[in-house]
Design a protein around this ligand. Structure first.
Ligand code: PEP
Ligand code: MG
Length: 876
C-alpha cells in the first residue's frame, strides 16, 4: 500500500520531492527539536493521483488523512469538532520548489457555530474566537468555493465604518461576533446553502482546493517562468493552529537570516502584534521591523535569533522563516532557503565560503545562473514596478528592463534618439534593416516571432531588452497605434515599459536603475572558471560585441554571423548590386567594394579576441532579406546597375521564396555564387595575416552553414581552400586555418561520419536543427506553441531549451560519429540554447568542448557549466 500521508515526525529535509519544500522542512525542524506545531503532510504523489483520478481524492487517501488526524488529536490532546477542546488546523500548499503566493491556504479550519461559541468560552476570548471564525469563513469561501473575497471585504469595511473602527483590531468582541454571523449570511447568499459545519468535510474540501490550486492560472504561469514541471504536484500540510491574534502578547511575522536584497549578514524581517499570517502580507497594518521585537518581547526575540542561526547553520544557507507568537510562546511555521536578488545571492555565497560554512562548489550551486542577468542589465525600480499595470505579456526574449516612448519604425527611433528621447521600438516583427533602430532603442517589442526570431537573437546579442511574440497586442503600423485586449490604444510617442526578463508589458513609464557589478561578482565567477570543463565562447558579429563578451569572460567567438556585417547602408547597397547583377563581372565588382569592410571587421574581431579562437560563419540568410523594398530604393539601385526599374522589379520578384527558411540560404548560396565564398575567404585570410603580423596569433576557423550532404561541403571547401592557399602562398608566410561546418540539418547529423572526413570542426546550430527536426518554423512557431503549453503538450519552448530526447539525441549521435572519424575534432554549439542553463548541462554531459552564446549570457553559461560539472562529478 502506498503511503500518502506522513506525520511531521516521519519526514525530513531530503524528502522534498514527496513532502514538498514546506512539509520536508517542517519535518526537519520537528526533528531538530524546534518549536513546531504538530501536523502531517499529504504527499505530492497524492496530488498527482488526484489529477489522474479526474480530480477526486481517493478513499484510500482519505482514510490515511483521517488516520493521521486521529494521531494529531492524540499528540495535541485536542479533538476535531469537539466543543470542549477543539482542534483547529491550517491547510497549506507546499510544492517541491517554492512558489510563493501561487497556491492556496486555509486557516482556522475546524470552526463552526458550536465550536466557535465554546472556543470563545474556553479561551476566555470571544473577540479572538469570532475573529478566527470570520477569517475562516472568508478563506473557505474564497479558496474552496472560489467566491469573491470582495463581498466579504466590503461588508467588513462597512461594519468598521459604522463602528468608527480604523483597524480590524479596533472592533470589539460583539462587533466580531456580528461580522462572523453576517459573513455566514453572505456565504449562504452566494452558495445557496449553509456554511458547512462538519469539520471533516471542511478538511477534505480544503485539501482538494489546495490540489486544485496547483493548476490555477498564476501557478501555471509561475511554473513556466521558473521551469517547474507540472508533473511535480503540490503537497498539502495540515497543522495544528497557533494564534498570533489572541491578544497583545501574540503576533506573527516573517524574517530572513540575512538581508535578501543586499545580502548583509543581519536578521531582516517584520512582524505584527495581534495578527494572523496573512495580515502581514495583505498590508492592512504596517508591520514593525524585526529589530523592535527585542524591546517588546526580549525573551522571544532572543530565542528567535538562536533558532535563526541554528537553521542557517543547519541548512548552510540564508533562511526565510515564518513564525507566530501565541501568548508569549514562539512557534516556527516555516523555513526555506530564502529568495534573494542576484547581488545578495553572490554576496551570501561568497560570505558563506569566507565564514567557513560551505565549500566553493556548494557556493556555486547556490546561485541560479539565470539570476546573473539581473546584474548585467538595467532593472525596473522596485517601488515603481509594484504599482505599474501590466497591459500584455509576450515572450521574455532578451532580459532587462526598458522604458520609453513608442515608435513604429527604426528610422523614427533613430530620429528620437537624436532628440535624446528614451524609446521603445514596436514592430510586427523586425527585419535586418531595423538594426540601427534596434540599437538606438531602449527596448524592442514585437507582436510576432519566437525566441529565435530576428528580434530576439539580435536583441540578445546587443544586450538590448526585448519582448517578442506579444500577440496580446494589436499593432497598426500605418496608423502607428498599439491596442490592448481591453481596447486601450497607445499612440506614437506614448510611454510604455517592457520587461525582457518576464515578458510583461506595462502601459506607463517605469523608472529603471543601472545594474551594480560588485567585487563579489568577479570572485564568484573566478570560482566557476576553476571548476568548469566546457569552454564558453560567444556569438559576436561586431568588435563591440566581441569586446563586451571578453569583459564577461568569453573564451573565443563560436559564431560570427557575417550577414550581420552587410546591413550598413553602404554595404547593403553594394550587396544588392551583387545579387541583382546579371553578369559575373558586375557581381565581382560589387563584391570588391564590400571586401575592405569585411576585412576590417575581421581584423578588429581578431584583435578583440586576443588570440582566442574565432569562428567565422559564411553568409547564411535567404537573399530576399537583402532586397530593396520601397520604389525609391529600387529606383536608386536600378540606376546604379544601369537596368530598368521594371526589369529590376522582376528580378526581385523572382528571388522571393515560399519558404525562405528552407530556401536559398547557407552553403546553397555559395554553390550558386561561389564568388561570395571566395570574397569572404579573402577577407578572412588577409585579415588574419595582418593581425598575425601584429603578434596576435590567429588561426581562423571558417564555418560553412546549412550543409546536409558532404558533397555540398566538398564543393564550397574547394573554393575556400583554393583562395586561402593562394593568398597565403602569395604572402609567403606560414599560417594555419580550419574549415568546419555547422550541423543544423538533420541529414548532416545522420551522416556526420561522412561530413567529419571533410570538416575539421562541428558547431551545432540548434536553432535550425530544432526547426528542421520538429518541422516547426522558427519564425512562426510562437503563434501556436502557446496552445501546446496551455494543453500541456509541451512544458517548454524547444527553441529556448534543448529538446533532449529528439534534437539532443541527434547532437549526441553526430558528436560520436564525428569523433569516430576525427577523435580530436572540436565540437561546440552556437544556437540560442548555448546560453540556457539546462542545455549547457546537456552539452557538458555529452562531452562537447564549448558552448557559444550572446555576450550578455556568457556569465550565465560560465556558471551553468560549472554547476553542470559539479553535478556530474557528484553523480560519479
Ligand atoms: C542555428 O541555426 O542554430 C544558428 C546558430 O544559425 P542561425 O541562427 O544564424 O540560423
Ligand atoms: Mg542556422
Amino acid at each position: 500500500m502506498t503511503k500518502y500521508v506522513y506525520s511531521f515526525k516521519e519526514g525530513n529535509r531530503d524528502m522534498k520531492n514527496l513532502l514538498g519544500g514546506k512539509g520536508a522542512n517542517l519535518a526537519e525542524m520537528t526533528g531538530l527539536g524546534l518549536p513546531v506545531p504538530s501536523g502531517f503532510t499529504v504527499t505530492t504523489e497524492a496530488c498527482n493521483k488526484y489529477y489522474e483520478e479526474n480530480e477526486k481524492i481517493s478513499n484510500e487517501i482519505i482514510e490515511q488523512i483521517f488516520e493521521q488526524l486521529t494521531y494529531l488529536e492524540i499528540t495535541t490532546g485536542k479533538k476535531f469538532g469537539d466543543i470542549n477542546n477543539p482542534l483547529l488546523v491550517s491547510v497549506r500548499s507546499g510544492a517541491r520548489a517554492s512558489m510563493p503566493g501561487m497556491m492556496d491556504t486555509v486557516l482556522n479550519l475546524g470552526l463552526n457555530d458550536e465550536v466557535a461559541e465554546s472556543f470563545a468560552k474556553t479561551t476566555n476570548n470571544k473577540r479572538f474566537a469570532y475573529d478566527s471564525y470570520r477569517r475562516f469563513i472568508q478563506m473557505y469561501a474564497d479558496v474552496v468555493k472560489g467566491y469573491p473575497k470582495s463581498s466579504f471585504e466590503r461588508l467588513l469595511d462597512k461594519i468598521k465604518e459604522e463602528k468608527g473602527a480604523k483597524y480590524d483590531t479596533d472592533l470589539t468582541e460583539e462587533d466580531m461576533y456580528e461580522v462572523a454571523l453576517k459573513f455566514k449570511e453572505v456565504y449562504k447568499g452566494i452558495a445557496g446553502e449553509d456554511f458547512p459545519e462538519e469539520p471533516k468535510k471542511q478538511l477534505i474540501e480544503a485539501i482538494t482546493a489546495v490540489f486544485r490550486s496547483w493548476n490555477n492560472e498564476r501557478a501555471n504561469i509561475y511554473r513556466k517562468m521558473n521551469d517547474i514541471p507540472s508533473s511535480w504536484g503540490t503537497a498539502v500540510n495540515v497543522q495544528e493552529m497557533v494564534y498570533g491574534n489572541r491578544g497583545n502578547n501574540c503576533g506573527t511575522g516573517v524574517a530572513f537570516t540575512r538581508n535578501p536584497s543586499t545580502g548583509e549578514n543581519k536578521l531582516y524581517g517584520e512582524y505584527l502584534i495581534n495578527a494572523q499570517g496573512e495580515d502581514v502580507v495583505a498590508g492592512i497594518r504596517t508591520p514593525e521591523l524585526i529589530s523592535t521585537l527585542e524591546e517588546v518581547m526580549p525573551e522571544v526575540f532572543k530565542q528567535f535569533n538562536e533558532i535563526a542561526s541554528i537553521l542557517e547553520n543547519h541548512y548552510k544557507d540564508m533562511q526565510d522563516m515564518e513564525f507566530t507568537i501565541e501568548n508569549g510562546k514562539l512557534f516556527m511555521l516555516q523555513t526555506r532557503n530564502g529568495k534573494r536578488t542576484a547581488a545578495a545571492a553572490l554576496k551570501i555565497a561568497v560570505d558563506l565560503v569566507n565564514e567557513g560554512k560551505i565549500t566553493k562548489e556548494e557556493a556555486l550551486l547556490k546561485v541560479e545562473p539565470r539570476q546573473l542577468d539581473q546584474l548585467l542589465h538595467p532593472n525596473f525600480e522596485k517601488e515603481s514596478l509594484e504599482n505599474a499595470k501590466i497591459i500584455a505579456k509576450g515572450l521574455a526574449a532578451s532580459p532587462g528592463a526598458g522604458c520609453g516612448k513608442i515608435y513604429f519604425s527604426a528610422e523614427d527611433i533613430s530620429l528620437a534618439k537624436e532628440r535624446n528621447e528614451k524609446t521603445i521600438l514596436v514592430r510586427l516583427e523586425t527585419s535586418p534593416e531595423d538594426i540601427q533602430g534596434m540599437s538606438d532603442a531602449n527596448g524592442i517589442l514585437t507582436i510576432r516571432g519566437g525566441m529565435t526570431s530576428h528580434a530576439a537573437v539580435v536583441a540578445r546579442g546587443m544586450g538590448r531588452c526585448c519582448v517578442s511574440g506579444c500577440g496580446d497586442l494589436k499593432i497598426n503600423e500605418e496608423l502607428k497605434t498599439l491596442t490592448t485586449k481591453e481596447n486601450q490604444v497607445f499612440k506614437e510617442g506614448d510611454y510604455i515599459s517592457i520587461d525582457g526578463t518576464t515578458g510583461y508589458v506595462y502601459g506607463e513609464e517605469i523608472k529603471t536603475v543601472e545594474p551594480e557589478i560588485t567585487g563579489y561578482f568577479s570572485t564568484f565567477m573566478s570560482w566557476a572558471d576553476e571548476v568548469k570543463r566546457l569552454k564558453i565562447r560567444t556569438n559576436a558579429d561586431t568588435p563591440k560585441d566581441a569586446k563586451t563578451a571578453r569583459k564577461f569572460g568569453a573564451e573565443g567567438i563560436g559564431l560570427c554571423r557575417t550577414e550581420h556585417m552587410f546591413f550598413e547602408e553602404k554595404r547593403i547597397f553594394a550587396f544588392r548590386q551583387m545579387i541583382t547583377s546579371e553578369t559575373i563581372l558586375q557581381r565581382e565588382k560589387a563584391l570588391q567594394s564590400i571586401l575592405p569592410y569585411q576585412k576590417q571587421d575581421f581584423e578588429e574581431l581578431f584583435r578583440a579576441m586576443e588570440g582566442y579562437p574565432v569562428v567565422i560563419r559564411y553568409l547564411d540568410p535567404p537573399l530576399h532579406e537583402f532586397l530593396p523594398h520601397t520604389d525609391e530604393e529600387i529606383e536608386e539601385l536600378s540606376a546604379s546597375l544601369n537596368i530598368s526599374f521594371d526589369s529590376l522589379k522582376n528580378r526581385i520578384d523572382s528571388l522571393k521564396e515560399f519558404n525562405p527558411m528552407m530556401g536559398h540560404r547557407g552553403c546553397r548560396l555559395s554553390i550558386t555564387y561561389p564568388e561570395i565564398a571566395a570574397m569572404q575567404t579573402r577577407a578572412v585570410i588577409e585579415a588574419a595575416i595582418n593581425v598575425n603580423k601584429e603578434g596576435i596569433k590567429v588561426t581562423p576557423e571558417i564555418m560553412i552553414p546549412l550543409v546536409g550532404d558532404v558533397k555540398e561541403l566538398i564543393y564550397v571547401k574547394s573554393i575556400v581552400v583554393n583562395e586561402a592557399d593562394r593568398i597565403i602562398k602569395e604572402a609567403n608566410i606560414e599560417m594555419e586555418y580550419k574549415i568546419g561546418t555547422m550541423i543544423e540539418v538533420p541529414r548532416a547529423a545522420i551522416t556526420a561520419e561522412e561530413i567529419a572526413k571533410e570538416a575539421e570542426f562541428f558547431s551545432f546550430g540548434t536553432n535550425d536543427l530544432t526547426q528542421m527536426t520538429y518541422g516547426f518554423s522558427r519564425d512562426d512557431a510562437s503563434k501556436f506553441l502557446n496552445d501546446y503549453y496551455d494543453k500541456k503538450i509541451f512544458e517548454n519552448d524547444p527553441f529556448a531549451k534543448i529538446d533532449v530526447t529528439g534534437v539532443g539525441e541527434l547532437i549526441k549521435m553526430a558528436a560520436q560519429k564525428g569523433r569516430s572519424v576525427r577523435p580530436n575534432m572540436s565540437l561546440g554549439i552556437c544556437g540560442e540554447h548555448g546560453g540556457e542553463p539546462s542545455s549547457v548541462e546537456f552539452c557538458n554531459m555529452i562531452g562537447l568542448d564549448y558552448v557559444s552564446c550572446s555576450p550578455y549570457r556568457v556569465p550565465i553559461a560560465r556558471l551553468a557549466a560549472a554547476q553542470a560539472q559539479i553535478r556530474s562529478m557528484e553523480n560519479k
